[in-house]
Design a binder for this molecule. Structure first.
Ligand code: ADQ
Length: 741
């Protein structure tokens, strides 16, 4: 990790759909019952500072969230306990029905869990979602102070980060997404305006977190497709800021679950269960939800009973389901399907003294939950889609005795971390049945070996490490912002540069071509440098060293600038013409033999996009779409192409994709404008260096040049250059100041 400056001060504001405590009013007054969920303990650890290396939060945690109490009920009530100060958001019933039950749970939840047929695309839902997000913003806008760090949670608040950002441009905002972010094929089912609003909303944050790398990739693809913005190492560059998108797999309070094993009540509960139930216990616990694969699980268990009569009367499957969202029709239907299936299986296989499935529809207190975890031989966790799934982590953490077998769906985010579990496909009943048999027959030593490996991982990355990880990223993005800036050259700067130039003895200029020496035009062939610019460069070249570094090929550069006494660099550093030698030389780091496979992909996209064309340069391939007939369509194709190339190109191919202005280019990674520029400094002692460019590829040059260099970005995209200049005409004005007076 890079060196971090000392811990930052400020308050922490959490925004989540719900407040962290239930507010109960009776004759005695008002009581606050604090939740014991994972997020609450994680956030508390942040505030206590013990686990958090980046921030030193002051005061109590401010928590903004919905309450079902009315404004009148809470009039004059002190909404705080020793840890939290609550800022309630009041949403009236009808709005909440359309917002929370509707847009959140009747559209986003099913769609993002890959149940598009259950998703309801109601216009009123979307309007209510916007309105409710605004209510959250209204509830917090008056409490935000300059140093506050804001952490927004989950799919109920996707538009909130941008709402805050509009008025509070400098506050640090984090956003964490607790459910799967789906592949673009699913995401694009949302109406265009909705998906634009969701992506814009989330990108208001500085750091955007998901549970797994897959979700990160899917989100980045959605960003690329919706706003046309790519990313560099998970950083998305917006006009004047950057957003870091990364995976932070949420975890649990490992110690709390591990310690529970020896708690007297838990020990008692475990012993009772072992006495009362059969030789082996299989256990599952979830909220009632179609994403949790409850019916698939029952089918798998039934298949097991059908195929393994020798296990009849020896195994009990305890299935606990927590009531959830039972106002929604699909959930009611699912509950009745589960009731019926359990009834049918028990009737078919049960005996007077044996009920194969013990099913209960209720919540469990912590001691009972951990008692069941520690009594069970097998935990059977089979979601058909789950952002992470904490139940499987809790099961592993509770097993202080280091035995027990976890059967886990490959569709849970947690499967990426818990490879020692028996990983199954939840839609395949046979797979589940086979895993149950394997688990019941697994020797104790093997159980321990697998359990220990999983425990070690969870012990090291518990929920406190998770929050620390997130806030370290929040802190680091501040440093990153300091590196990238948007400062325009002032008249005074120009005067200072002019004076430095006059006093320097050995001077060198690096110029990009398109967008710097010539304006960007529709047809690249028309970008011919004017006589005025040429004479300015020619004059500079009499006294100073001038290098033009471009992505263009050598023929073009030769045609437009070949007659000037300057160095020319073509194809981002692959070909160099030194002015003294006057001939083009291939960079020795270049290796051929890669173009064929890439060319066929680019050609395919030419067929798919009328007007686009492939340019084959000596050392790179470029797919241009500036000339495409339908620009909007071409942009979508370009985004798809970039995505496909990214998936196709393996690290050992040493190829790089450059998304330039209306062009996608593939080239070798062995050189770039940075390595090329610095090669001109080797063995020389320049006391005046000035580099100018407008393209993303010029960033390599800005980064590589020494600190003493003047680096100037043309345009207003965030850059590593020290200064910005408005456009190509301003470049001319600047160059004019170097003219001999
Ligand atoms: P959930 O869909 O709620 O969370 P999960 O991660 O499994 O799913 O968390 C459920 C929690 O509820 C666990 O802490 C569990 O102990 C508790 N629980 C379940 N059944 C219970 C019962 N009968 N009685 C008492 N407690 C019970 C969403 C996403 C997940 C993601 C989490 C956290 O859907 O994918 O892991 O957020 O980001």
């Amino acid at each position: 990790m890079e060196n971090l400056p000392s811990r930052k001060k400020g308050r922490l504001i959490i925004v989540a759909y719900r407040l962290p405590f239930k507010i109960v009013r009776d004759e005695q007054g008002t009581s606050l019952f604090q939740n014991s969920g994972g997020l609450v303990s994680a956030v508390l650890s942040l505030a206590q500072g013990s686990q958090n290396t980046s921030y030193d939060f002051e005061e109590k945690i401010q928590w903004v969230g919905y309450t079902d109490n009315t404004r009148e009920e809470l009039e004059g009530v002190k909404l705080e306990n020793e840890n939290f100060k609550a800022h309630p958001v009041f949403i009236d019933q009808q709005l909440n029905d359309n917002y929370y039950e509707g847009f959140c749970n009747d559209l986003i939840w099913p769609l993002f869990h890959y149940f598009p047929s259950l998703a309801k695309f109601n216009k009123e839902y979307f309007e209510a979602y916007q309105e409710a997000n605004l209510l959250f913003y209204e509830a917090m806008k008056d409490i935000i102070q300059p140093d506050d760090v804001i952490w927004v949670h989950d799919y109920q608040l996707m538009m909130l980060p941008d709402l805050i950002r509009q008025t509070f441009p400098t506050n640090k905002i984090g956003f964490f997404f607790h459910i799967p972010f789906p592949s673009y094929e699913i995401f694009r089912l949302l109406p265009t305006i909705w998906r634009d609003a969701i992506i814009d909303g989330i990108l208001g944050a500085d750091v955007v977190g998901f549970h797994t790398n897959d979700f990160v990739e899917y989100f980045l693809k959605a960003v690329r497709m919706v706003i046309g913005q790519g990313n560099r190492m998970h950083y998305v560059t917006l006009n004047n800021r950057i957003v870091k998108v990364d995976a932070f797999p949420i975890s649990i309070d490992y110690k709390k679950f591990n310690d529970a094993y020896d708690h007297p009540e838990v020990v008692q509960y475990r012993e009772n269960m072992r006495k009362e139930l059969k030789e082996k216990i299989i256990f599952s616990v979830d909220r009632l939800d179609y994403s949790k694969g409850l019916l698939n699980r029952l089918n798998g268990f039934e298949r097991f009973l059908e195929q393994h009569k020798d296990w009849h009367e020896r195994v009990s499957f305890v299935m606990m389901v927590v009531p959830s969202r039972d106002q929604i029709e699909q959930y009611q239907q699912m509950k009745s399907d589960i009731d019926q299936t359990v009834g049918r299986i028990n009737a078919k296989y049960g005996k007077i003294n044996w009920q194969p499935i013990l099913y209960q529809y209720r919540s469990m207190p912590f001691e009972e939950l951990t008692g069941m975890y520690s009594a069970s031989d097998v935990a059977l966790i089979t979601p058909v889609r789950d952002g992470m799934n904490l139940v499987c982590k809790e099961y592993v953490a509770t097993r202080r005795d280091r035995v027990g077998v976890l059967i886990l769906s490959e569709m849970a985010g947690a499967a990426a971390e818990l490879g020692e579990a028996l990983i199954i496909n939840p839609t395949d009943s046979q797979d589940i049945a086979d895993a149950i048999l394997k688990a019941l027959e697994m020797p104790t030593e093997e159980q321990t070996k697998r359990m220990e490996a999983m425990q070690q991982r969870l012990r090291e990355y518990d929920v406190f490490a998770w929050t620390n990880d997130f806030f370290t990223q929040m802190h680091m993005i501040e440093q990153e912002h300091d590196r990238l800036r948007l400062d325009y050259l002032t008249d005074k700067d120009i005067k200072d540069i002019g004076q430095k130039y006059q006093h320097a003895k050995n001077r060198i200029f690096f110029f990009d071509y398109d967008g710097t020496l010539v304006p960007i035009v529709r047809d690249p062939h028309d970008a011919i440098v004017t006589d005025e610019v040429k004479s300015l460069i020619a004059e500079l070249a009499q006294r100073d060293t001038v290098v033009v570094i471009s992505g263009r090929d050598q023929m073009f550069l030769e045609k437009v600038l070949g007659d000037l006494p300057i160095h020319l660099v073509a194809e981002h550093g692959a070909l160099i013409k030194m002015k003294e030698k006057g001939e083009w030389v291939l960079n020795p780091a270049y290796q051929d033999g890669w173009k064929e496979s890439i060319r066929s992909i680019l050609d395919l996209y030419v067929k798919r996009c009328p007007g686009a064309f492939v340019e084959e340069k000596q050392t790179s391939l470029a797919w241009h779409y500036r000339t495409a007939e339908d620009q909007e369509y071409a942009l979508r194709r370009a985004q798809e192409l970039a995505w496909q190339l990214k998936n196709f190109i393996q690290p050992d191919m040493s190829l790089q994709i450059i998304e330039g202005n209306m062009v996608i280019e593939v080239k070798k990674t062995a050189f770039n404008k940075g390595t090329s520029a610095t090669s001109f400094l080797d063995g020389q002692s320049y006391d005046f260096i000035l580099a100018m460019g407008d393209d993303t590829t010029d960033e390599d040059m800005f980064e590589a040049l020494p600190d003493t260099a003047y680096t100037v970005k043309v345009g207003d995209a965030l850059s590593m250059a020290k200064k910005h200049i408005k456009n190509q005409y301003a470049v001319m004005e600047l160059l004019n100041t170097f003219k001999e007076k």
